[in-house]
Design a protein around this ligand. Structure first.
Ligand SMILES: Nc1ncnc2c1ncn2[C@@H]1O[C@H](COP(=O)(O)OP(=O)(O)O)[C@@H](O)[C@H]1O
Ligand SMILES: [Mg+2]
Length: 452
């Protein structure tokens, strides 16, 4: 999907000021269409509720064709990619409208016979899109929890079971349609994912040659994705050709999470880590809805989804035992299906490959093993984890440390950090003794004995 924040279309009315951003031009015309429809509906509603026939069956109630929303901005993209009908599109625009002009909220009050209501409710939506009983029946189905607007997470009804409740777009959806850059969400029960950021680039990751080649190839595939999937049509001419599912596996501390973050940073894409502990919640429908929000958002803003330490969820499915397991299984099935169908990039990390369900492994496009670093990698790690500002004793023999101590990248970083604190407390430069103390602590943590 193209970046909505940079799209722009020429607009005659803007005159000397040049161009109006596509989202603005597009929403302006959508709001005009909506406003005209509201005027028609209000006209039809003249006279009190008991004076009017309940159903107006003639065909004067046709909705504006969905193609009238065909601008070049995020709204048009959304309508096309989700396949919204006219009724769904106008409902979406109507839910968004009060965020742009509060008079819409007031006018909605006149579109319902419930006294004292302002703002956009499910009933207002139904009155807006449906005149005849047949149309209103369709509208009722459209607004049901099973309807596309709600399963896709575009609109939420609050409370969920009551059409008299408020119908509103997700906060990030409003921003997206306005063409604003996405605000990184914080993980909540509603959105069980947090942004994954890093100061590192791919060059900072120390890997043996084989793994390095695979990571570089994956970065290349991500960089070329929009050419192949969008420009060259693989996204529209094949099913499931736009998705890219990668698995990084290897012992803890070998740089899997770091690489996922650096890949996203180097591609200029946002990345989210899904909080798998939030996955199994008491209410199965709620968890699926929360996950749907994460996937939908990632599909919209092109972000990379990272399932970190995925073993727990992607392992061989548990035998169906008590009710809790059944819930877990159902949620996991939902998650696997969403991942398989996701049109974007998903990275899983796992400490043990054998833990990943074999059937699921076949769905993975790119598998990269992150081995424990050998002496060569360890020597490079001892150099690379030390910031350039760190005052180091020139007598430190990194080759010797690398030969003698079997540590991962994460352990070498932590040992160096410990040594830096010790040196700072001593008011001195970092010496071999400080590093050896840092190393000793790492061995202690894993209950191993330090080699002589
Ligand atoms: N291969 C590596 N190259 C460079 N630094 C590494 C490497 N592996 C680990 N590190 C350091 O250790 C930290 C933690 O590693 P992490 O990516 O969380 O490992 P994993 O996800 O495999 O458990 C990284 O942020 C980085 O500072
Ligand atoms: Mg990790």
């Amino acid at each position: 999907m193209t970046d909505p924040t940079h799209a722009s279309v020429p607009d005659g009315t803007a005159g000397a000021r040049g161009t109006v951003p596509a989202p603005v031009a597009e929403l302006r015309s959508a709001l005009e269409i909506l406003d005209a429809l509201i005027t028609v509906r209000l006209e039809e509603r003249r006279g009190g509720p008991t004076d009017r026939p309940l159903s107006l069956d003639d065909d004067g109630g046709a909705l504006p064709d969905v193609r009238r929303f065909a601008g070049t901005g995020p709204l048009a993209t959304l309508i096309a990619s989700t396949g919204l009908t006219s009724a769904e599109a106008i409902t979406l625009v109507a839910a968004l409208a009060p965020a742009i002009d509060e008079r819409f909220a007031v006018r909605y009050g006149a579109l319902t016979d419930r006294p004292g209501v302002t703002g956009f409710t499910g009933e207002v939506a139904r009155n807006l899109v449906g005149r005849s009983f047949a149309d209103r029946l369709d509208a009722t189905l459209m607004l049901a929890p099973q309807g596309l607007l709600r399963t896709s997470g575009l609109l939420e009804l609050d409370p969920p079971g009551d059409l008299a409740g408020r119908l509103h777009p997700g906060a990030d959806l409003t921003a997206w349609l306005l063409g604003l850059p996405p605000v990184p969400p914080t993980a909540t029960a509603d959105f069980p994912a947090r942004p994954l950021t890093t100061v590192h680039t791919l060059d900072d990751v120390v890997l043996p040659a084989g793994a390095r080649r695979r990571v570089t190839a994956l970065a290349g595939r991500i960089a070329q994705r929009s050419t192949v999937v969008d420009d060259w049509g693989f996204g529209t001419h094949h099913d499931n050709a736009s998705g890219l599912l990668a698995l990084f596996h290897g012992p803890p501390g070998t740089g899997k999470t770091m690489t996922a973050a650096a890949l996203a940073a180097s591609a200029g894409l946002p990345a989210y880590v899904i909080d798998l502990s939030a996955l199994v919640s008491k209410y199965i429908g709620e968890t699926e809805k929360a996950l749907a929000r994460v996937f939908d958002r990632a599909a919209r803003d092109g972000s990379i989804l990272v399932f970190d330490e995925a073993d727990a969820v992607f392992g061989a499915r548990t035998e169906i035992g008590d009710a809790h397991d059944r819930y877990a299984n159902q949620e996991v099935s939902y998650l696997l299906t969403r991942i398989e169908e996701h049109p974007g990039i998903v990275v899983l990390t796992s400490n043990i490959l054998a833990n990943i369900d074999a059937a699921f492994q076949r769905r993975i496009h790119v598998m990269i093993e992150f081995p424990e670093p050998g002496p060569g990698e360890r020597q490079r790690l001892w150099s690379s984890v030390a910031p350039p500002e760190l005052p180091l004793d020139p007598d430190i023999d990194r080759a010797a440390l690398a030969q003698r101590y079997r540590l991962t990248g994460a352990q070498i970083r932590d040992a160096t950090l410990d040594a830096a604190y010790l040196a700072a407390a001593d008011g001195r430069v970092v010496t071999t003794e400080h590093l050896l103390e840092g190393i000793r602590r790492q061995y202690e943590k894993t209950a191993r004995t330090v080699p002589e």
